[in-house]
Design a protein around this ligand. Sequence first.
Ligand code: AMP
Length: 451
Amino acid sequence: MKETSRAVFKRPEGTADLLGKDIALWQKFLKCADGVFTLRGYKRIETPIIEREDLFKRGIGEATDVVSKEMYSAISGGNLSKIKTGENLSSRSKLALRPEGTAGTVRAICENGLTEVDSMPAKYYYAGPMFRAERPQKGRQRQFYQIGTEMLGSNSPYLDAEAVLMLLDFFNRVGIESSILTLDINSMGCEECRPAFREAVKEYIENNSEHMCDTCMERANANPLRAFDCKNETCAKIMDSAPNIHDYLCDDCKEHFEIVKSLLDASNIKYNVNNKLVRGLDYYTRTVFEITANIGLGSQSAIGGGGRYDKLSLEIGDKNLPGIGFALGFERCALVLDELGKIDDSQESCDIFIACLCSDARNIAFELANKLRETGFITRTDERDTEGRWQNIKSLKAQLKLANKLQSRYAIIIGEDEIAENKAQIKDMISHSDVALSINEIQNYFKGLKD
Ligand code: AMP
């Protein structure tokens, strides 16, 4: 006989199995997202988890950390052998796991002509896993879940304010109130005014080259603005006195930012104008924003953020449509809610448990359970076997213990005596009262309780 080696697999580092209360929370997030976003005309979209690698290179920027260091390639089996033999792959064959949702969603809006299909602008939201090969730590995973919105087709600053309000509204709905959040906003300027700012920052970094870290110096050419994100204390101190974007904004960008701020003021939203907020990706223009939570998270305190990307659709599609969006991270929100003691721990849910005391009762219970489920009751029976023998019937005590564990509100008991009388006992598990009913009446009895 061929010998097979056995292996016990564990999930890859930086990934998680969503179970029990995590799944319940994710479902709550989806419900809240739907509630909050559809009120403003956003519709759900699902895009592929794999996209062409060059979509992210072009859209997010080749020099960004997300693309240059953290992106996972997705190469099909056939193409792996080509790589081994040093053959070049066509760009169509080079796929990547999405590191974020904006590039794919904007691609989908352009490719499907959604700005024409919908009345402009196109407004969509997504929810699902993203992948970044980062060093795992609390609140930082390699596969994590994001919910995000994207609007394509309008320059209006009202939509920037709407995006910020919508994100805060979402946090509020899931139980993360504004009092524990900090909102930072900034303007990144546009293609008219940003190049001069970028040059000024580059020159500033070069003038301080002997004190700046190697990473900032490496990035100085391709992506000098990333120096604003550097965690190195000396770099951070130097960047405090770096050129300020607000001295470079053109009149249009200034006016746009002033309107966004006035709309937030009018909605009583507190914010900090943080001229060092650049948000790491190349596609941002004008408004950028980030929300951090001051409890439950260590250094990874950003729970959501976004911004405008007025040139992204031109970069990856065939349309020149300004847009804005944001993404929020599920795992970090879950950590905050956990710290707030707002995660519901009750994992089991059962309305009616049917205890069978003989094998004939099983057939009756099978039919009855289906009828009760039709009426909308979560109905369970004892599905355990005893060391592989499913035929064994457990004692009433053992079955009621299971009903309690499942937190069942009612238990129906069917045994030989009940079958002989065509009756069943119905036990209220809270008041401990009993009632005997004919089996045919049970569905109507519970229907009556519901009405
Ligand atoms: P970003 O596009 O990087 O600003 O991400 C938006 C949000 O996604 C962040 O505010 C986080 O809440 C979440 N997020 C980003 N990267 C990770 C990660 N590696 N692990 C967990 N959550 C993340």
